[in-house]
Design a binder for this molecule. Structure first.
Ligand SMILES: Cc1ncc(COP(=O)(O)O)c(C=O)c1O
Length: 374
C-alpha cells in the first residue's frame, strides 16, 4: 500500500527539531519560518511540553467523554484567563476543520437557519461543511458544494448590508485571512459584521485557527477590533503539533445534551499538550514576543529592495515581492538557504509563520538572506 498522493512534496525528511530549527536525516539544519503551517507556537521540543505529555502517557492517556475529564476544566479555565474570553464555554475537537464544522452546526441549531455568509479568499478546512464555506472551487467536490453559502469580498460593507437578513444563520470570517494571502480585516468591517449579526440574530463566527493563540501579538486577532464574536474556532497553535481543536461558544448559546460529540476530542493526552502550551505562552510571555519581534521584522523588511509590500500582524506576516516568482523565492530559500517559509493561495504572497519564541537574531539572519543573496 502506498500513501494516497495528494500533497506536492519537497524531498526533505526531517528527523529532529529544536526551538525554531528542524534537522533532516543528512544533518542539515533548517530555520523554521513556517512552523509547519502556523502550528508550532511554543517552539519545537519544548522540555515542559514533553514532560507534560509524558507524565500523562504514564498515567492515563485516553478514555471516552462518557466520564469527567478534569484536565478539560483546567484547559478551559487557563484558556479563558489567557485569552480573556470569560463568558464563553469550550467544546473540544481534533482539528481546525472540525472546529468550524461544529461552529456552523451550533449556529444552525441556535437559530434554525441554514444560509451562511463567508468571504472571498477564505479557507476554513477540508471537511464538508468547512469546505463549503471555503472560497476555492478546486477543493470542492459536488458532494459538499451547496447553494447555502454566499461569498462576499472582505472589507466591503455595502455588499455585507445588501446580503444580510433574517435568513442568514452565520457569518464566518478569519481573524486575518491566512491561506488567502495574509489579508487583514478592517476594524470598521469587523464592527459592521457584529452590528448586523445583532440586528438579524445571526451568529458571528471568527475562525482563529491560524491567526489565534498569540500569533498576531494579541491572543486572538479579532481582539484588535473591539468586538466579541459569538463563536471562535481554534486549533493549530493550540497543541503545538498535538492534534487538538476547539470551539469557544458564547454563554448566550445554551448546550443541548447530546447534540455534539467526538471520540478523541478533549482526551487526557490532548489536554496535557494544550495545557502545557498555555503555561509556556504565559510563562515565556510569547504573545508579547510575537508583537515585539513581528514589529521589528516588519520595520527591518521595509528597507529590503525586492520587497514590495508587507502584510499582517505580529508573527503572521505576508511578504510580496517585486517582479519575482514566489515559488522561486520559496524554493530557493528552502533548498539553497535552508529556510522554511509558506506559500499561500495568493501567488504574490509568501507567508512567514515562525514559532512565537524566535528572537531578533533569526529575523536578522533571514532578512539578510533576502536582502543580500536573492
Ligand atoms: C483559518 C483556517 N481555518 C481552518 C483550517 C483547517 O484546519 P485543519 O487543517 O486543522 O483542519 C486552516 C488550516 O490551514 C486554517 O488556516
Amino acid at each position: 500500500m502506498q500513501i494516497f498522493d495528494v500533497y506536492p512534496k519537497v524531498p526533505i525528511q526531517l528527523v529532529n527539531a529544536d526551538k525554531y530549527y528542524v534537522f533532516d536525516k543528512n544533518d542539515n539544519k533548517y530555520l523554521d519560518f513556517y512552523g509547519g503551517n502556523a502550528v508550532i507556537s511554543i517552539g519545537h521540543k519544548h522540555p515542559h511540553y514533553i514532560k507534560s505529555i509524558y507524565k500523562t502517557l504514564k498515567s492515563i492517556s485516553y478514555y471516552s467523554n462518557l466520564i469527567e475529564i478534569e484536565q478539560q476544566n483546567e484547559l478551559s479555565n487557563k484558556l479563558a484567563t489567557l485569552s480573556n474570553c470569560i463568558d464563553y464555554n469550550l467544546f473540544l475537537v481534533n482539528s481546525g476543520a472540525e472546529a468550524n464544522e461544529n461552529a456552523l452546526k451550533i449556529a444552525s441549531f441556535y437559530n434554525g437557519r441554514k444560509k451562511i455568509i463567508s468571504f472571498k479568499k477564505s479557507f476554513h478546512g477540508r471537511t464538508s461543511g468547512a469546505l463549503s464555506v471555503t472560497d476555492n472551487l478546486n477543493f470542492q467536490s459536488n458532494f459538499n458544494k451547496n447553494n447555502n453559502v454566499i461569498f462576499l469580498p472582505i472589507n466591503d460593507k455595502e455588499s455585507l448590508y445588501k446580503n444580510c437578513d433574517e435568513s442568514i444563520s452565520a457569518i464566518i470570517i478569519e481573524g486575518i485571512q491566512g491561506m488567502g494571502g495574509i489579508n487583514e480585516i478592517d476594524s470598521s468591517f469587523m464592527q459592521a459584521i457584529r452590528k448586523i449579526c445583532d440586528k438579524y440574530n445571526i451568529i458571528m463566527i471568527v475562525d482563529e485557527v491560524q491567526s489565534g493563540y498569540g500569533r498576531t501579538g494579541n491572543f486572538f486577532a479579532y481582539q484588535l477590533h473591539n468586538i466579541k464574536p459569538d463563536i471562535i474556532s481554534i486549533a493549530k497553535g493550540m497543541g503545538n503539533g498535538f492534534p487538538i481543536g476547539g470551539v469557544i461558544i458564547s454563554n448566550k448559546i445554551k448546550p443541548i445534551m447530546g447534540y455534539l460529540g467526538t471520540t478523541f476530542g478533549g482526551s487526557y493526552l490532548a489536554c496535557s499538550a494544550a495545557i502545557a502550551v498555555l503555561d509556556i505562552i504565559k510563562k515565556e510571555n510569547l504573545i508579547n514576543n510575537a508583537k515585539k519581534i513581528g514589529l521589528y521584522f516588519t520595520n527591518q523588511a521595509k528597507s529590503i529592495k525586492i520587497i514590495d509590500n508587507i502584510k499582517g500582524k505580529g508573527l503572521m506576516i505576508g511578504l510580496c515581492f517585486k517582479n519575482y516568482d514566489i515559488k522561486y523565492i520559496h524554493n530557493t530559500l528552502l533548498m539553497k538557504y535552508k529556510i522554511f517559509t509558506g506559500l499561500s493561495g495568493d501567488h504574490k504572497t509568501l507567508r512567514i509563520l515562525p514559532p512565537l519564541n524566535i528572537t531578533y537574531k533569526e529575523v536578522d539572519y533571514f532578512l539578510n538572506i533576502l536582502d543580500q543573496k536573492l
